[in-house]
Ligand binder design. Sequence first.
Ligand code: CUA
Length: 342
Amino acid sequence: MSRAILRATALAACALSVACQGPQSMLGTNNPGGQSVEGLWWIALASTGFLSTVVILALGYAVVRARRAGRSGPDHPAPDVDGIQRESSVILIAGALGPALFLIGFLTLSVDTGQEISRPPSPPTLTVEVVGHMFWWEIRYPEAGVVTANELHIPAGETVAVQVTSADVIHSFWIPQLSPGKIDMVPGRTNLTWMLADEPGTYRGQCTEFCGTQHALMSMRVVASPPEDFERWLDRRTQAPEVPSDLELRRGLSLFSQYGCDACHRIRDVTLLDLIGTAGPDLTDVGARSTLGALAVENTPETLGRWILNPHVYKPGVRMPPTDLSEEDLAALVAYLRSLDP
Ligand code: CUA
């Protein structure tokens, strides 16, 4: 019995502790919105912890008292009517009035925090559009005309306005360290939020609305760079990739159309179906991206080759079908895709 309790306690402790650290923790952020949410979270934890303790103690007291009363047998003294009335009013106050007051107070604080985090801390210097897809993120910089996927680059120290929507089902956008909270991505509707990275660095985001088999592998990397580095990053992507002069790479490009990759994937100003191929991620800068399949696996020539042959190895349930390229064709296609590095 004691072993079972020990195991259950260890399991509960693990489950509780994983949420408190790591790249997706919302605790200890430098972000003003995140700090407000964290403040509210601590108040909720302390107050509900206190209330739970009081309730458990009261329950324990009631059990012990009932047992003692039972043990005294049928000869115990007649019930104390005044005492019962006194206890009834305690139950009324502690069981109904107390929770009602607590909930009203907590609701007021929540509404207050919600209003506070809905306002960006400073006027945004950049707007990005993020479109949720099953199971990846389309990222657009409308002012620069740049489209990429799964890797969101932003200038550090500046507020960024984020407009989110979805191309299929409901997803939810959340970068715990940078954004003030989760925001739903709803088809046919644009929701607004903001994000701010105080420090340059790499952060992690996650879809937080169950959207299908690959919901858990719908993650995002956010790279915050010093503003001048970010401008350079964005500027390099405003030019479309050139058609390669190298013969092998050229063959890779023709295979891209031959195998119908361009029916789903766009390469800016290169693919013929420039406006149609948006079912899968835009590949204009795929050679520069650090992961494949929305953080499913690191992006290397080997993983890219394996992904093209059968992406389900890395991401079961992904919408991209397997292919049957020969070894030579695969090598040419991988070489071409890897060359898409602005
Ligand atoms: Cu997208 Cu869960």
